[in-house]
Design a protein around this ligand. Structure first.
Ligand code: HEC
Ligand code: HEC
Length: 269
């Protein structure tokens, strides 16, 4: 325990220098733009993934997500983003302070999307795409440099909840939740998710710039299968004319329903 604390103290010191450095360079070129809306600059998903994996030990999942992306944007254009106190996002580890709630890669990814997108519909759509991808994709697929050719277990998280996601992987990998390998899984997941957020931001950037992007959207979003079909009846306020949907108890949820709800056979279709 005291080892970890000492290491964290050291990394905080290192970080303060790093962020201070960034702050100085930004102050030096400070313009009105800096107080305006943060601007996204397209990045390489692979580079950001590698960086997220690298800095993960300094502050865990949420921190690695936010710092890897925001710093990469700032490196390309110092006026594009305001100063971000990255240390703040260490709280996101272990599903918020170890509480096992939302996975820090989801929390951090959504925060970065929120930094660049003030249009609620666009933002919420991107977050849903990211979370759905997280729930339904066999991860991790990031290969840390030097481990090429080595097999690492993959699993569908099934849920954006840290505790459930970790358990899904541990069952598949036959690992203990507190094992070193599980921590490496979360470190690789941070790399995957940082890369995915960059892909989504790149695609949206291309779309908004009116360019003919080839950036594909591979996130599964069919409207006829759960959870989208469930959402149609249960989380959609505008279903007044659909009798079955109108009768459904309303809920404020888009998560993968099947993680928690088992459907009875007589449930309305
Ligand atoms: C066609 C509209 C419709 C769809 C699609 C739908 N539901 Fe429902 N659901 C209803 C209605 C109407 C009720 C209330 C009537 C009842 O309890 O049978 C209900 C009740 C429920 C309830 C509370 C009662 C119970 O059975 O526990 C839950 C939970 C629920 N739905 C979850 C889901 C999930 C999860 C899905 C997707 C797999 C889903 N629903 C898809 C219409 C729908
Ligand atoms: C993390 C677990 C979890 C997930 C994921 C989840 N739910 Fe629930 N849901 C619950 C719990 C717990 C309750 C409360 C059940 C109770 O009180 O009996 C609930 C209640 C509900 C109710 C109210 C049931 C009633 O009797 O009025 C509806 C409707 C519902 N959920 C729909 C959904 C739909 C649709 C989804 C997916 C889009 C979903 N839920 C995803 C855990 C979850």
């Amino acid at each position: 325990m005291s080892n970890i604390t000492r290491r964290q103290v050291l990394s905080v010191a290192g970080l303060t220098l790093g962020v201070g450095g960034l702050g100085v360079s930004m102050d030096a070129s400070a313009t009105d733009e800096q107080s305006g809306q943060p601007r996204y600059v397209p990045l390489s998903p692979q580079d950001v993934s590698r960086r997220a994996y690298e800095i993960y030990p300094d502050g865990s999942c949420m921190y690695a997500m936010i710092r890897s992306i925001v710093e990469a944007v700032a490196k390309k254009d110092t006026t594009a983003v305001p100063h971000v106190p990255f240390d703040m996002f260490k709280y996101g580890h272990g599903g918020v302070g170890g509480y096992g709630a939302i996975c820090g890669t989801c929390n951090g990814g959504a925060a970065v999307i929120g930094l660049f997108h003030q249009n609620k519909k666009v933002r919420d759509n991107m977050i849903t795409q990211l979370f759905r991808w997280y729930e339904l994709t066999e991860l991790p697929h990031f290969i840390p440099p030097g481990t090429e050719g080595k097999v690492f277990p993959k699993a569908k998280a099934e849920s954006i909840l840290c505790h459930v996601s970790i358990d899904s992987w541990c069952e598949e990998a036959d690992e203990d939740q507190l094992s070193k390998k599980r921590k490496d899984r979360c470190r690789r997941m941070s790399a995957d998710m940082a890369g995915k957020v960059v892909e989504l931001l790149n695609a949206q950037h291309t779309k908004q710039a009116g360019l003919n992007g080839t950036a594909e959207n591979t996130s599964p979003q069919p409207a006829t299968t759960p959870p989208e079909s469930c959402i149609h009846c249960h989380s959609n306020p505008s279903t007044k004319k659909d009798p079955a949907a109108k009768l459904a108890p309303k809920s404020t949820v888009k998560m993968n329903c099947a993680t928690c709800h088992e459907m009875k056979s007589d449930h309305p279709k």
